[in-house]
Structure formats: C-alpha cells, structure tokens
Design a binder for this molecule. Structure first.
Ligand SMILES: CNc1ncnc2c1ncn2[C@@H]1O[C@H](COP(=O)(O)O)[C@@H](O)[C@H]1O
Length: 422
C-alpha cells in the first residue's frame, strides 16, 4: 500500500455524502458547551453530567444501546427552545461542511416546543435556509423521524407534518425516518403511517435489525423502504439468517452503515467483524454514515478511514463508495447530476492519488450497471495476487493502463482495486 492510501487528509478532502445523521446525536462538544451556557443550573441539572457521560462513551466502549438512548434524553434537555434548535442545526451543518460533506441528509424527531411540533421543525428549516443564504457549500435535506417508543398518536402527527411540509417545502423536507429503541414497540403498528408516506410520494428509511428480531426485519424488508439503517442482524455472520440477507439482496435496498456507532453500542464485536464486509461481498448497496457523530465522537471522514484501514482498501475504492452513495440520496435527479459533476471534478484533480496497483485509472464499475453482472465476469479475470479485473459489456473500452488510454470496441474494463480479503 503506498502511503497516500492511508492519508487521512485525502479522505478529509474527498467530497462525501452523509445519509444517516441524527441532529441531536451530532452535536459537538463545542455546541454542547454553547447550549449549556444558555441554561441556568436550575433549568437543567442533568445537563451538567453530560460532559462526564460523553467522556465515558468515548473512552469506554462497553456501552449498550439502552445506555446510548439515555444520553439522547439528556441532550434533548439542551435543545428545548427555538433558539437552541436553530443553533444546534447551524453548527451541525457547518461542521459537516468543514470536513467536505457536500450533501447532508439530516434527520430529527420533532418535539413539542410551546406545544407545537411545527415550531421545532421550523427552527431546523430556518437554520438550513440561513446556511444556504450564507453559501455554506453543502446541500442539506431533512427527514423527520418518528421515535417508535413514543406511540402511534405522536407518530401520526409527525407523519402528517412530514406530508404537509413535503408539499410546501419539498426543496428541504424529503421524507421520514423510523428510529428509536427497537425494544420499545412493534414496528408493524406503524405500517399504516408508513404507507401514507409512500403514497404521498415521499422517501422512507427505517432503522432495521439494529438488534436481533428476524420477524421484524423481514416485515420491514417486505415493506420496501427506500433505504434501511444499520441492518446489523441481517448479516449471517452476526447470527442473522441467510434467508434475510438473500431477501435484502433481492430487494436491493441500500443500507446506511455506521461502524463506530455499532461498535460502541456493542451490536458488532469489532470493526473487523462489522457487517460492511458481508454486505460488500454480497453486492448490497450501502452508504458509510456517522449516525451520531457527537455521541460517538466520530466524523464521516473518520468512518471512511475506519473502513479503509480495517479492510485494507485503496483510496480509489473508498472514493467509489462515496460516489456511489450519491445514487442512494433522496436528492432530485438534477441535484444528483450536479453533485456527480463535483465528485468527478475531485476525481480528475486527484488522479495520482487514485491510481491503483495496476496503475489503472478506474471506477469500480459504471453507475447504472446491474451489479449482478459483476461477480460472474470478475471470476473469469481473477488475477492471482489479490487484484481482479471486471469486464462488462458496455459502449466503449476506456482503459488507462500505465498512462495509455485505448478504446477497444464494445467492452469496458473496470478493475476491482481492492486487495484480497483476508
Ligand atoms: C445509536 N443508534 C440509534 N438507533 C435508533 N435511533 C437512534 C439512534 N441514534 C439516534 N437515534 C434517535 O435519534 C434521536 C436523537 O436525535 P433527534 O432528537 O431525533 O435529533 C434519539 O432520541 C433516537 O430516537
């Protein structure tokens, strides 16, 4: 591996899309401090324990998912006014932008402010609008979340609000997320509401199999949301059934993968055992995400670095993951085209860094190609030593081998540029 491959600075500078970030879980220590300064001690005693809780979370990885949910309850005491929600949103957007996240799908669970969910959501939207006016270089979309532990009536209000804003502010509000503690409820109770979202033409993503519950995971996959979050126990290596992984493959639903979150919450034993590897091997579409960058002391660049280092992948492959995640965003087609151009510009300016072992300028395989073609053809061209070349039937061959570009008719070569997996 050449040293450029492991350079955190390149991952930091690479354009990235964040598709799974909970607003209140993404608050940095700086923002927490700012929001604590807005409080007086009698307003919120628990808040003063926050710093200790964060320190324990980042130092000691033996936390359960339930303990993480306790942290959110404390953070929520800090974001309980229009002003604090606005500050929190602006800060989170700017922090993602500072690490070259150019597309952000933020999700948040509306809570009543002065008795109104609208007030909460309007503060978030105002912050998004103001960042746009300030030309912060990031496209931000919003998903409203329902917390499945809060019951059907609350969820219904949030769904109605999502549908309403999905009409009036469809430039920002693109859909719904189902999150919260899986242990707290039966997901199928919420299905009538999720169908309403689908019928309204809005996007839907659902936290799925973050803890093991095969029946629920199957029900969600059959519902066919536009994306799912985590999918941890769908993986056979984590005692999920092979039936579920085949169903996921069949549905082709992209999965939002959050490595640090899963490791800290102990739903995966280590990064090496993370289901990223299984999903990648099965050709399941995925996007690398942070989940709660504040609570888990991470960043999107850090998550890409973890994948790169844990699985010994070259930069060109990591870059292709970032590029492909654009396909799974809830942006409009026009926005996706615009974003792809920005990504490709970065690729052109970084060709040296993206050179693979064969010195072949590459993209993993063309977007739009049915990925089922790839494994069959890859086998045919396996090169001992850990690198393989994929041939796909396509318009033209555009192969740059050791600096020479050639067109060879109706065949296109795309090298898979990763080392043999251990
Ligand atoms: C660790 N994995 C997770 N699994 C499930 N739900 C999670 C989560 N991380 C965060 N949330 C959900 O997001 C809320 C915090 O952000 P918002 O107040 O909505 O902005 C949490 O209360 C929880 O409902």
């Amino acid at each position: 591996m050449d040293d450029k491959m492991d350079d955190p600075q390149i991952i930091f500078s690479m354009p990235k899309a964040e598709l799974h970030a909970h607003l209140n879980g993404s608050l940095s220590q700086t923002t927490i401090k700012k929001l604590m300064d807005l409080k007086t001690s009698h307003q919120c005693e628990d808040v003063f324990q926050l710093q200790t809780m964060f320190a324990t979370l980042s130092e000691d990885h033996n936390k359960t998912l339930d303990e993480c949910f306790q942290v959110f309850k404390v953070i929520h005491q800090l974001t309980d006014s229009e002003q604090s929600i606005y500050i929190a949103t602006v800060d989170v957007i700017k922090e993602f932008s500072e690490e070259n996240v150019l597309y952000l799908e933020l999700r948040t669970t509306p809570r009543a402010i002065d008795g109104s969910f609208e007030t909460y959501v309007n503060a978030v939207i105002r912050a998004i609008d103001d960042c746009r006016k300030e030309n912060v270089p990031i496209l931000v979309k919003l998903l409203l979340s329902i917390d499945r532990s809060k019951g059907f009536d609350t969820a219904k209000k949030i769904v109605d609000l999502t549908i309403s804003l999905g009409h009036t502010r469809n430039d920002v509000v693109v859909g719904l997320d189902v999150s919260g503690n899986m242990a707290d409820s039966d997901i199928t109770d919420y299905f009538p509401l999720l169908f309403k979202i689908k019928d309204a033409g809005l996007k839907l993503t659902v936290h799925t199999a973050e803890v093991r519950n095969d029946a629920e995971a199957e029900a969600i996959l059959r519902l066919k949301p536009d994306r799912i979050g985590h999918g941890t126990f769908i993986s056979p290596s984590l005692t999920g059934s092979s039936h579920l992984i085949h169903l996921l493959k069949e549905t082709n639903i992209p999965v939002e993968l959050c490595l640090t979150s899963n490791k800290v919450c102990q739903t995966v034993p280590s990064f090496k055992d993370h289901h990223w590897k299984i999903f990648f091997d099965h050709g399941i579409p995925f996007s690398i995400c942070t989940d709660d960058k504040g609570v888990f002391s991470t960043s999107l660049s850090q998550e890409y670095l973890i994948v790169m280092r844990t699985f010994n992948l070259p930069l060109s492959l990591i870059w292709s993951f970032s590029l492909r995640s654009l396909d799974y965003t809830f942006a409009t087609e026009t926005e996706k085209i615009y974003l792809s151009k920005v990504w490709e510009e970065w690729e052109q300016n970084n060709t040296d860094n993206l050179q693979c072992h064969l010195s072949v300028k590459s993209r993993l395989f063309p977007r739009g190609l049915h990925r089922d073609l790839v494994p069959k053809l890859a086998v045919a061209l396996w090169i001992p030593g850990g690198t393989s070349v994929v041939i796909v039937l396509h318009q033209f061959l555009k192969l740059t081998l050791s600096g020479t570009s050639r067109t060879l008719g109706a065949v296109e070569f795309y090298p898979i540029v990763y080392h043999t997996m251990p």
